[in-house]
Each structure stands twice: as C-alpha cells, then as structure tokens.
Ligand binder design. Structure first.
Ligand SMILES: [Zn+2]
Ligand SMILES: [Zn+2]
Length: 302
C-alpha cells in the first residue's frame, strides 16, 4: 500500500475501513441497557441481557473453499462452544451453511435452548439429532419471548449471488444431510426484529427484501444489515431506511467466511465498501442514521 493510500486512513475524520478493531464509544446506541452485543462474524450475532443470551445465525466453523465444495459439513464443536457458549435461543435467517451449519451442534450443547427458523432449518437440525422440543418452525410475523427479548420473524429474501444463484439448492430433499457444505439448502429467508428494553433492532440477515413484510415494520433504533450480495437488490438501503428510519446502522456479512475466525477479517467478494459508505451517508442525510461498526468477536455494551 502506498503512502497516499495510508495517509488518509491516519488522518482524523478519515473514512472508516471495513473492519473496526476498537469497540464503538459508550453511548453509541443513545442509551445503555446494561447488556452486550457481539458480532461473531458473517451474519452471526450474540445478544445478552439480564442473564439471557440469544444468538442469530451462529457460525464459527468457516470451512475453506475446497472443503465447502467437496466435503460434508464438519462443525468445529470446540470453536462453536468457545464462540457462543451457553445460549437460551437460536434464530436462523436461512439454511445456507454460513448461517446454519453450526446450529445443530450448538443446540445439542445447550439442551434447554430452542432453535427458531424455517421448516428447512428445523428439518435439517432434526436430521442431526436435535429433538422436536428444541425446534420451533417460524412463520412470517410469529413472535417469541425469551427473557427480556421479544423476537419477530419477518419474511424476507436472499441477496442475489452471481453464478452461485443459478445452482443454488432451494429445499432439503431425500434423507440425511447434504453431501457437501455447498449443497446446504436455502429454504425460507427471515429477517428478525428484536425488541429489548424499549430498543428495536432489525436484523436483515440476507440482502434481499420482501416488500409486504417490510412494509409492516415500525421504525427501528438499529438496523443490522447484510452487505454480501446486495448489488442485485434495487435501492436496498434506501428501502430499508424509508421503512425503518434507523438511528444506527451496523454492517455485517461483509467478512470473507471461507477464512478461519482466528485470522483477521478480510472483505467478502464484491464488498464495494466505498459504495456502502455512500449508502450510509445517504441514510445519514435522510434519517440522521449513524454508522457504527462492531469489531468481530468483541462483546460491546448494549
Ligand atoms: Zn445464503
Ligand atoms: Zn450468507
């Protein structure tokens, strides 16, 4: 990297880089609930308050490209336990491996927790030995209460992935598990709205939009937005912003999930970070939205 590239990053007020290393300043939410939120990588989040811990799209195993294309899923149970620990509930946006392949091992390690997701998600967890008592199939608008958290499923759509989109597996067929990681099926896609302590957090777990369920949404304090594969969704941030009018936007699913979590994050393919900064600036101008970045793997005050 040349000096002209490095210098602007060192100057005060320089544009943020894709991956923060420091936690945002206290008060980033405008108020403190006394809880914690962790971006665990990809679309994964852990939220904790008053002793209750819920997670979304928990994924830590990050198989490499060859393992993804050629081998069945081999979840890293030790790393999953280290990353998520004890959880009371798991919510899954869709069943692709980078959102769902670590869900069943995490559920089996937490026998009191319930997995919430599409029929495809609950079916694939059942095939890995998770009992019916730990599985709840969600439908659009369904709400569950877990301790201080109320979580609503919001039907949504997947982002458009060039080439891969044409050979994507949509539903789980036959018996057993997919032969390779890449063949994990998409199933129904959900966004989630979390309400906790008077704060609303909307998790757009994939970069597509289903208009009617989004139109039902009230404004949210925080928009957590998937950046990967958003280019095929027209006016993605504009439409989310018009409906949710978020005070804060937190980017996610912008790290390359074929690399292990133990290595520093690198951008996902086609990230277009400058384009995202333009979109974040437009949200700021339209709704006063502030860009907040969570360092990967660091619990931040909520
Ligand atoms: Zn996906
Ligand atoms: Zn994904």
């Amino acid at each position: 990297m040349c000096l002209t590239c490095v210098l602007p990053m060192m100057l005060p007020g320089a544009a943020p880089t894709p991956f923060a290393t420091d936690a945002p300043e206290a008060g980033w939410l405008g108020r403190e609930l006394g809880g914690r939120i962790t971006w665990t990588g990809c679309a994964g989040f852990l939220m904790e308050l008053d002793g209750t811990r819920i997670c979304f799209d928990p994924f830590a195993s990050n198989p490499g490209v060859l393992d993804t294309l050629l081998r069945p899923a081999r979840p890293d149970r030790g790393l999953i336990a280290d990353t998520f620990g004890q959880v009371d509930a798991i919510f899954v946006g869709h069943t692709h491996f980078d959102h769902a392949m670590d869900v069943a091992p995490l559920a089996l390690a937490n026998p009191a927790c319930v997995v919430h997701g599409s029929a495809t998600t609950t079916e694939i967890c059942g095939r890995q030995g998770v009992g019916d008592g730990q599985l709840r199939t969600m439908t659009d608008g369904a709400k569950v209460e877990i301790g201080p958290f109320t979580v609503e499923a919001v039907a949504s759509r997947h982002g458009t992935v060039p080439v891969a989109g044409r050979i994507d597996v949509l539903e789980l067929r036959g018996t057993g598990l997919p032969r390779t990681v890449f063949r994990w099926p998409r199933g129904q896609v959900f966004a989630y709205r979390v309400e906790v302590g008077g704060v609303a957090i909307h998790l757009q777990t994939s970069a597509g939009i289903e208009d009617a369920p989004l139109a039902r949404q009230r404004p949210a304090d925080v928009l957590i937005a998937c950046l990967a594969a958003r280019q095929g969704t027209a006016r993605y941030f504009e439409r989310l912003g018009e409906r949710l009018r978020p005070k804060v936007i937190i980017p996610c699913h912008h790290d390359n999930f074929f690399r292990p979590l133990s290595e520093p994050p690198r951008p996902v393919a086609r990230l277009d970070w400058p384009g995202f900064l333009d979109d974040a600036a437009a949200l700021s101008a339209a709704h006063g939205t502030r860009l907040v970045q969570l360092p990967r793997g660091v619990a931040v005050a909520l």
